[in-house]
Design a protein. Structure first.
Length: 79
């Protein structure tokens, strides 16, 4: 795309109203929410698929953002 990081960040901010980091985190959480409903996979497997080095980091990130752990979110929304 040949865009500088700063220019790309400015475009993201202009289009979404979020910083690039906020936008990436938002997209990551949306993808995580989808993957959590695949009960064939453990939360740890999902964490690794999303690029987290340790499942604990994914759990902490998810809980901080959503207010529930991935396991709690899965259980509460499967019914």
């Amino acid at each position: 795309m040949y865009l500088s990081p700063n220019y790309f960040g400015d475009l993201i901010k202009k289009e979404t109203g979020k910083s690039p980091q906020e936008f990436i985190q938002f997209k990551l959480i949306e993808l995580a929410k989808q993957k959590i409903f695949d009960t064939e996979k453990s939360i740890g497997e999902i964490a690794f698929e999303l690029g987290f080095k340790y499942p604990q980091h994914f759990n902490r990130f998810f809980k901080k953002t959503i207010g529930k752990t991935p396991g709690e979110y899965r259980t509460a929304n499967l019914n």
